[in-house]
Design a protein. Sequence first.
Length: 366
Amino acid sequence: MRTEPGRGHNSALSKQHNRGLVLQLIATGACGSRVELARATGLAKMTVTNIIADFMERGIVEECAQEQTRICGRNPIRLQLTDGAPRAAGLMICRDRVEAVLCTLTLEVIKREEVSFLSMEPDRLKVYACEVLDRLLAGEGNLVGIGVASSVPVDITAFLEERYRMPVAFGWDGASAALAEKLFGTGREVQDFVFLGISHQICAGIISGGKVYRSGRGRRSQLGHVSIDREGPMCSCGGRGCLGLYASTPVVLDKLCRAARRKLKFPQFCRLSGVAEVEQIMAEMVDDVAVALTGAVSLLHPELIVLGGDCVDWSDRHVSMLEGTLNRTGGGETILVRRAHFGREAQQMGAAANIINQIFQGELVL
């Protein structure tokens, strides 16, 4: 059964919150009629009717075909977002590229842009960001705001707000991906889960009680700096034996190429079978990730682990291997492991989700 995003409030002060909640339920497909919306939110039927009427007048929501039921009486009229509903932009900042997407409020991609570079130069970041956003937004007059997700420390929110004269919402890459998966992806039915993204770095995003966990100190959740060997090699963070030294994609790929004596891309190795050395290295990668996740499982008690980044290329066997290990060491609680709905683009889609979620939370008014 689909979990509820929240409950509405029958007071004038909560009008903004109620509008966002109703829009979220329609956009995510959790509710499709006025009756369902009233039931799910606890709002008065007239309140829901007035909110829908305003959305329809603004061209945000429309009525579609009536749902056919076997119950006597009038079938409920279904509601959906219009093609003319406002759109959101997402900007993903990585160590070697900047990606941008233009999305509907249901995270359907309309347009993409990207620029790559050899190394992250803070002084050039604003130039790269403007380059992709200017191309992305050319001729776009129905934008509600820009969401940003980043895997590197940046200070670009105020700059973008001033340049583009619209709201900007920032989130770390892992938290942003978790948000996208919670709203529209693999975690939409789940209240507690951990997103795991492996590439050059190993990030995490936490959904607890249906909400994104964000550090009050503004720090990024980095599973890659969880130690799995206290006697291991020194890490750049100052610790020893950090997961990233064993299970980040470049490290594992180097091991695979040397063991197989040929250069393939990581997804190709994931699909390779019958090579004992390759299988051993992949199994070690899964085991190392499981060791790091075991502590998170004991602390957070998630129902689900969502795999993103290069993890989406793992074979079904390796996904099952991680799930089996976590369930053997998880204290008796059943934990599922699934690939991200948005695949390796979860962080990118999460960037747009950051601004869309502000609408759903009533923090940004359409």
